[in-house]
Design a protein around this ligand. Structure first.
Ligand code: DC
Length: 211
């Protein structure tokens, strides 16, 4: 294989793609960008501005968020995830975040990026692409366990409903919907432990990067 070693990891929320992307970055010695965090920062900035996430002008204005916001623990909350999903439907927001992601992908040597449209829009030329999925019950169970560990009071049913709503919004939006690139390899983590999913992801990517 020639050219930068770009590894694209796409998939729905709580599929395990973040864990897998981090492990791939460590294994292959590459920098990693969680692109969802950029959308979360825009969602959070809209809230801080008192704006409306469904209004393109308010969402676009929030794209000028300060870099320090990326370290805000509130970005990881379910509420901010919901806002991120809502602002991500606006084409102007996607355009504003494109260059930053594209530049990260093209750095010499390569990079790992995880998100929704890395293999389709941000780096369609990536030599390695995974589409990580898991069933809604499996993803809800994991998210619920995370929330319990953080002491957040939320029911499994609430999480399932929220995941299903976000999946629907992310996969039916007009611009760059969540979809596997035709050349992505599917990895279903429903029945896999975290360790087994990581091992399988490394194996699949090594295969794709092999000359
Ligand atoms: O991966 P995440 O849960 O942090 O992403 C939050 C939201 O951001 C997700 O619901 C849709 C949006 N997003 C996107 O549209 N494109 C990306 N590459 C990453 C995230």
């Amino acid at each position: 294989m020639s050219g930068p070693r770009i590894i694209a990891v796409d998939g729905p929320t709580a599929s395990g793609k973040g864990t897998i992307a981090k492990a791939l970055a460590t294994h292959f010695g590459l920098p990693h960008l969680d692109t969802g965090l950029l959308y979360r920062a825009v969602g959070r900035q809209v809230a801080l501005n008192g704006g409306n996430p469904d209004l393109a002008s308010d969402a676009e204005a929030a794209c000028a968020f300060p870099d320090a916001l990326l370290a805000d623990p509130e970005l990881r909350s379910e509420a901010t995830g919901g806002l991120a999903s809502r602002i991500s439907v606006h084409p102007g927001v996607r355009r504003a975040l494109y260059e930053r992601q594209r530049a990260f992908a093209l750095q010499p040597g390569g990079a790992v990026l995880d998100g929704r449209d890395i293999g389709t829009v941000i780096a369609p030329e990536a030599p390695a692409k995974l589409f990580v999925t898991a069933s809604v019950p499996a993803r809800a169970q994991r998210r619920w366990a995370e929330m319990q560990a953080q002491g957040r009071a939320v029911t499994l049913a609430e999480i399932e409903a929220d995941l299903a709503a976000r999946d629907l919004r992310d996969s039916t939006r007009a611009e760059a919907p969540l979809a596997a690139a035709p050349d992505a390899v599917l990895l279903d983590t429903s029945a896999l432990t975290r360790e087994a999913a990581v091992t399988e992801a490394i194996r699949l990517v090594a295969q794709q990067l092999a000359p």
